[in-house]
Design a binder for this molecule. Structure first.
Ligand code: C5P
Length: 210
């Protein structure tokens, strides 16, 4: 079974994907990490994020199995990822590894922005996770404060809005729900309630394809 989870930054899609993968004992790929890894590599090599050739080079050399999640998690890397993710050549270079992951025997859970639309359009279950920008900013702000990163709520909200706009506005594989995706708005749900709702949606989709 392939489960595709998409949605904007801090919607809760990563946590839900992880929980669903545990529940169904499926491997999980957080595809945002790939773009974060490319952004990091461009900066580490001393290039500007807007340098398309440098981003292409970084994507072609990305060591997918050696991504340092801790180092890539910060908000500035999310911003960097969304800049390099807008380059069609970068997306094309990362396509194969994601499709192979999705097609492994037994299935997989992938989360990102274009899983249900581009990476795995034939997925058995597709969920598009949303939440209001204010609620997403509140969650992200809390998480960053807990990690000891002092940042103002307004700054987090502005970052989320900027990223939504860039991700939804790009020409290639924009952030968008697949026509056959189930929508899950987590604005007023805690993690447990969101997980139960996601599980019910996957079970529903499974019955349909069975
Ligand atoms: O999900 P995460 O916040 O880690 O993603 C970082 C950025 O990577 C997103 O803002 C988006 O621009 C890009 N991304 C993408 N396609 C994916 C996953 C992430 O364009 N499938």
């Amino acid at each position: 079974m392939i489960i595709a989870i998409d949605g904007p930054a801090a919607s809760g899609k990563g946590t839900l994907a992880k929980r669903l993968a545990q529940h169904y004992r499926l491997p999980h790929l957080d595809t945002g990490l790939l773009y974060r890894g490319v952004g990091r590599a461009v900066l580490d090599a001393g290039y500007a994020l807007a340098d398309e050739a440098a981003a292409r080079e970084a994507a072609s050399r990305l060591a997918v199995d050696a991504l340092d999640e801790e180092r890539l998690r910060g908000p500035e890397m999310g911003e960097a990822a969304s800049v390099v993710a807008a380059f069609p050549a970068v997306r094309a270079l990362l396509l194969d590894v994601q499709r192979r992951f999705a097609a492994q025997p037994g299935g997989a859970v992938l989360d990102g922005r274009d899983i249900g639309t581009v990476i795995a359009p034939g997925a058995d279950a597709k969920i598009f996770v949303t939440a209001s920008p204010e609620e997403r900013a509140r969650r992200r702000h809390l998480e960053l404060n807990r990690r000891g990163e002092p940042i103002a709520y307004d700054e987090v909200l502005a970052d989320i809005r900027r990223r939504d706009e860039r991700d939804a506005g790009r020409g290639t594989a924009p952030l968008k729900a697949a026509d056959d995706a189930a929508l899950l708005d987590t604005t007023s749900l805690d993690i447990e309630a969101a997980f139960r709702a996601a599980l019910a949606l996957v079970e529903q989709a499974r019955k349909k394809t069975a």
